[in-house]
Structure formats: structure tokens, C-alpha cells
Design a protein around this ligand. Sequence first.
Ligand SMILES: *Cc1c(COP(=O)(O)O)cnc(C)c1O
Length: 464
Amino acid sequence: MSQSSQFISTRGEAPQAGFADVLLAGLAPDGGLYMPAAWPQFSASQIAAFAGQRYQDVAFAVLSRFVGDSFTAAELKEDIEAAYAGFTNPQIAPLSAMTGNRYLLELFHGPTFAFKDIALQILGRLFSRALTRRGGGATIVAATSGDTGSAAIAALGGLPNIEVFVLHPKGRVSEVQRRQMTTSGHANVHNIALEGSFDDAQSIVKGLFAEKQFASEVGLTAVNSINFVRIAAQSVYYFTATAALGKPATFIVPTGNFGDIFAGEAAERMGLATVRLVIATNANDIMARALNEGVYEAGAAYHTISPSMDIQVASNFERALFEASGRDAGWTRAAMERFARDKRLVLPPLILSELRSRYDARSSDDEDTLSTINAIAGTSGRVIDPHTAVAVNALRKFGFREEPMVVLSTAHPAKFADAVINATGAPPPMPEELRHVLDLPEQLEILPNNLALIRQFISSRLTG
Ligand SMILES: *Cc1c(COP(=O)(O)O)cnc(C)c1O
């Protein structure tokens, strides 16, 4: 069995697992995150040959290196084809030129209009296949800052033997985002509006996993970006974009949980040449402070107009720390335990310099974001969403360089109509699929930020 289809935990105390187990489990049993035992390798000529290939074929080339004997090539192909059949743009993740050497990598052409669909549409299909084979059911709990919830519901709603619980921070997602989650009408979908922040929702999910007996009774699993399969699926567009440009690029990535930008590091570790990976954050700038000041420290969570990035604790940063430490699981475990206790971690100089050899970081406040949306609309007539705008502004702060500069455009502006109206005075164009959620009845439960009550609610829905 190849080392890239065996997975180890960043905390070093979980047995090696195969792809299907990693897919179904999400989090490793020692509390760490799964990583391939070794990264598969692509040569420069293999990567150059991705140019002009269908997105689906590149996705197959990358993902097939991770699946081992969990799925046959035919199964993986079938699920990749089906996953992207519902995208409205045949290129799936098209590059569109801004001015000069600047590009937007459009990742929002899936069913819920944000980049989360690109991974979750595949993950849902593979998940259902693996579950059928293993037998039994699964209870999926997902904490969402806004877009993962609807993408998970679009991927898993209506599937047999799966119950989906989505926790979003009450009042802190946009109206369209909330309605996309609460109007699915699927009996296996349960929405919880949590009286708390996204970080509270994420720590409730972690708390549910820590209750080992409950977790195993209900077959608890996570499809958050801690699930390695999402990272693998997201690494694909770094390859397709670079191959299309024909030379190494700098990628500017709107960052919350550090999943999307870590997918860029994953692509690099598989052999992709890039220039820099630029972390773009909003006022929730823990990642920018970590990189620029060397201290990873949770601050207060701000409610911003780019809500999908209103995150303080960036779960996937653990993966980057694991790699930057030379895959030292003992150090990573101790560091994450220290961070959990103190909410603060001083990054050792060697780790910091390793991170800085790959990443830069810039943050923007809401005012910057609004003026960026307005400026881009004024100069190009193109309306961008606030998350994309945070990245465009980070690009401006980072400075324009010689190499292609690629901004990951993570959501359709119609999901964030209020911000766009604030910025430009006019509403964004509204696709029909989003307009109709405004008329459908909503189903959601408002619950306090209390682990025991959430557990009881899940149990009662499962038995009722
Ligand atoms: C989830 C999300 C992000 C942040 O991605 P991470 O993988 O959490 O860093 C950025 N923009 C949008 C629109 C999102 O939905």
C-alpha cells in the first residue's frame, strides 16, 4: 500500500488509517488531524500536462493517489463526474483576468455558490458509498461560519442512514446563507442556531467528539475542513490554475479555518511550484498576527461583513505547524495542548521561519473591504463578494509583483447582498436558485451555547 494512502495523526497517538476511515472519521481519535504518511509526488512535466485537461480529470489524477484500496478507480471517477455535473460553469474553477497579471480564481459555481461545494460535493458521494459498505449510520455534526452548512446540506441532505446537524452562530450569518441552510426541506437535516460565536460552535463539536460513548453510539463524524478529504479536493484548483497560467503564481487566499490555504501548501508538498501563499484575513486576524508577530493567540471574535471568516481558532493551522516542525507529532501535540490551555502559543524561531518561507499575511477591516468592492465595481464593473474583497485588498497591501497574482474568489456576491449594497449602493445580481430560498419556510432550533443541551437535542432528534 502506498504511503500516500495511509494516514497518520498530527498528534502521533492514533493508529494509521486508510482513506475511507479518514473520510468517515474526520478527526483522529487522539484529537489530532489526519495527514498522509507521505505526500504523493507530481513531476513538473506531469503538472504542466494538466493544462487543457478537464478539471474532473485533474481531480481524479490527484485524488486517486490518496484513496488506496478504499475505492476503485471507476468508483472515484463516477463520484467526481457526478460531483461536478451540477456546476454552472463547465470549467468548474475558471480563472478570469482582472487587470495586468492579476486573476480571480472563481470557486463559486457550485450548487450553494461558495467554494465549499468543490470539496463537499465529492466528499458527500464518497461518504455515502463508504457508509453503505461499512453498514450502520452516521451522525454528522458541522459547525459553520456560513457556507460549510449549506454545502454540507446540499451534499448530504436526503441521503439514507445519515443525519446532519448544522450549528451556525445565531445572527452572524447572512440572510441568504441562513435560508440556504434552513429551507432544504430534508428530514435528515437539523439546523441549530447557536447563541454564541463560530468558535463556540466549533468547540461544541469538539466537545461532542470528546464524549467518547456518545460519539460512538451515534456514529459521530465531522465534515468540517478538518476532514482531510476536503483539503485533498481543494488542492486540485491550485494545480489547474498554475497549469493554465504556465508558470508559478502567488495565491492570495481569504482565510478563516486555514483549510483552503493549507490546500495550497498540500499542492506544494505534492510538487507544485508557487511563488507565495498570502493569507488574507478580516478583523479576525489571528493568522496574520501569528505570521507577522510570531504569537498564535486567540483574541475576541469580531462580527464582520465577511462572516465566513469570522473565526479565531484556525483548526487547520495545526497541519501547517506539524509540517513546519518537520512532522514532529510530539511537539505538535504539546503545542496544541498548550494553546488549548493558555489560548496562546509563542512560535519557536525555526518554525516561524519555516512558515514565513511559504506564507505572507495581510488583514483588512470592514471599511477596507467595502471600499475594495466599490473600487473594483467602479473600475471593472465586476461585483465581488466581501470575502474575495478581503483578498483583493490583501493583494493591494502585499504589492503587485512580476508573477501572476491569483486571488481565490470564494463566494458569489449574491450571498452577501447587504455588504454589496453598502459598498456600491446597488444589489448584486441574484441567481434564480438563490432568489427562491427567500420564499421557502425555514426550519431551525435556537439553542444556548451549552454542550449538554446540544447533545440532548441531537439524541432526541435521533430517537424521535
Ligand atoms: C469558508 C470560507 C472561507 C475561509 O476558508 P477556510 O478554509 O476556512 O480558511 C473564505 N471565504 C468563504 C466565502 C468561505 O465560505
